[in-house]
Design a protein around this ligand. Structure first.
Ligand code: SF4
Length: 263
């Protein structure tokens, strides 16, 4: 006869299953266990491989957060959950949902505020003038755009490129959190105040947010200026380069020859 789980084990199982549901993984099966274990979960608590998410290679309980090995499938599941989203008012004016783009195994992830006109048109983040500057910043770091992952806090273009409202960010940002949990970058760079304040849940000025590291979901997070702001005030490029150098030092990246003039 199968024994009832002890309350602590049950709590762990529920937390982990909820985590997978958040990842868009809904189907589970129990691996057959040797008779000696009673065919159920161990009384000592759940063991690695006690429960396996069907169709995806994930292992439970042997690390604080499960590693999603099939990252493209997990991202596809998140995109499917977004669907033809009408969860906030930003859906009204959008042409395309701008999900995210880049290397699913990236060590470095950039997070911006939301799509502009070009991004809305093409369904890809950072493809306009600000995107070109971001590409230059990435190149100055000795990387290519395809080496990193890029996403925004909100996935639909705010009207007239206004700043997204708090409730819009709150509604949309869980999708970004799930993207981050799948990509598991070593470093996240928040581009601009909206991204920084939403990720860090802090309301400080850019001056006090920049120039230091934050712990964020197992990654390190740095804050720098949004490329659109740097286009308006190019004098701040020097400051942004300092932020990127801090990231490069941590990731062991070498600046492209000629940087930062390459920006
Ligand atoms: S911004 Fe996000 S939450 Fe709002 S409609 Fe678009 S996808 Fe949905």
């Amino acid at each position: 006869m199968r024994k009832a789980l002890n309350p602590e084990t049950k709590k762990q199982v529920v937390a982990r299953v909820n985590y997978y549901r958040e990842m868009g993984i809904h189907d589970f099966y129990r691996q057959p266990l040797p008779e000696s274990t009673g065919g159920g979960l161990s009384e000592q608590g759940p063991q690695a491989d006690d429960v396996v998410a069907s169709g995806r290679s994930v292992t439970l309980f042997d690390s604080p957060l499960p590693v999603i090995e099939d990252r493209p499938a997990a991202l596809k599941a998140i995109r499917a959950d977004i669907g033809d989203c009408t969860r906030c008012r930003l859906h009204k004016g959008r042409k395309n949902i701008v999900f995210g783009v880049g290397n699913v195994n990236a060590d470095l992830m950039f997070v911006g505020e939301g799509p502009g006109a070009d991004e809305d048109e093409q369904g890809e983040p950072f493809v306009g003038r600000a995107g070109q500057l971001l590409n230059n910043m990435i190149a100055a770091m000795g990387l290519k755009r395809g080496d990193v992952y890029i996403a925004n806090v909100v996935k639909c273009r705010p009207p007239q490129n206004r700043t997204p409202e708090k409730d819009e960010c709150d509604t949309c940002s869980p999708f970004l959190m799930r993207q981050i949990e799948v990509i598991r970058p070593k470093v996240i760079v928040a581009l601009g105040a909206v991204a920084a304040k939403n990720l860090l849940a802090m309301n400080d000025s850019m001056a006090s947010l920049r120039g230091r590291w934050y712990d964020f979901k197992g990654a390190r997070l740095a804050v720098t200026y949004h490329p659109a702001y740097l286009l308006r005030d190019p004098r701040q490029k020097k400051e942004a380069w300092k932020d990127l150098q801090m990231v490069m030092k941590y990731l062991g990246l070498k600046a492209k020859a000629g940087a930062p003039s390459g920006q």
